[in-house]
Design a protein around this ligand. Sequence first.
Ligand code: 6PG
Length: 479
Amino acid sequence: MTEAKYDYGMIGLGTMGRNLVLNITDHGYSVAGFDKDSSQVELLKKDSGDRSIYASSVLEEFVGALKAPRVVMLLVPAGKIVDEVIQELKPLLSGDDLLMDCGNSHFTDTNTRMEELAKSGIHFMGVGISGGESGARYGPSIMPGGPKDIYKHVAPMLEAISAKFAGAQDIVPEPCVTWLGPGSAGHYVKMVHNGIEYGIMQLISEVYHLLKVAGKMNNDELHEVFSEWNKGMLLSFLIEITADIFAQKDALTDNSLVDMILDSAHQKGTGGWTSEDAMKLQVPLPVIDIAVSMRDLSAYKKEREAAAQKLEGPGYRFEGDKNALVTWLEQALYFSMITTYAQGMSLLHFASKEYKYELKLEDIASIWRGGCIIRSSILDDIKSAFSRQPDSATMLMDEKLSLKLMQAQIATRKIIQIAVDTGIPASAMMGSLAYYDSYRSAWLPANLIQAQRDYFGAHTYERNDREGTFHTKWNQENK
Ligand code: 6PG
């Protein structure tokens, strides 16, 4: 039996798990790793060098190598595999041991697992980790939730391995991790992070469509445009990687790689989960809903090819100034990204009340500024907005962000006009503008919806001049 001397355990030694192990050991901790797949175990051993790493594909040996009380991190695919691992592991653990699920688990599963394990005195935390492969290796954004007193024991390690970020107002770089709330708060926040990720990715792909088709830009020009944008108000990880993507040549042909990739996107589902829960809580999230739907529609490749032969568009081509198109698109994307973050933050505000997470939206904006997929300079403004108004249900009303939105809406309207005229779908951007226009409408036509519901279903309606609920026998005189 190996001596029980390792500080942390990692179950799941795929790319993310392996990179996290290396990151943790970079900071002076020792780690034991476990994977059923012995080739993953060998890979970690090969990468270990002279670090304090132990790797095994025998669960008992792995558990035996850990210092008590044990801290075991799980990085396995979300869903039933997490439950299977917990079932195998549970008999080997003791009260006071801590299990941290660092995958993209659904927050309701996290609640169930937490309750189950508590019966055996085992602590459980749901920890969202964002930043992909390189984030895991060199500094991710970490979103932990669960018992606060237990978090304290792992906080120094999580702070050490997380990304560090220094914003305009920060004197020293801050770690991109903080305790977010009890129960499944961490996994909930990670889910919303991913919903926003879906929204921004869809918006960027719409902008690409407009630049490529309306602006007739080639990949070199697209690379230039996105690289320039990444120096300005759109500075963000997703804009940065988009610029890189347009510069990537294909290894198998002479073309740009992006042109050789099938236009049909996959998804593991976290964007859809965000929409589902927002629907349940009745929080409007049109950009994220649309992003999920557009990924679904992208997969209808054969149907789209058939429809392209039959269903005609407007046949109008954009002949305007290409530079103006680029300038308007930069502002339209900025506008739409702000409204997408606003929708996600609004969901967090209401979910926090419903699930008693007591989330601090300023902290969330702060830890999203470095390491994660949705990091962007906009988050500095969002952090400031929630420091001014911590309990605000919307950041659209913030003094600074509202000014920025009002300025950028003009260009957004121009871009949407071009999209409509040319028949280029820009649904997420349209959703952003419609959300803004609806939110700022003191009057919306929902009185008609109330009337229709009462007409066909006697669902009653409220009036704008007196309290109470009313029902009318509609259209009696024509009967
Ligand atoms: C992150 C990512 C990460 C992963 C998504 C992809 O924050 O690092 O969000 O979690 O890339 O799971 O999600 P889809 O497969 O749903 O696009």
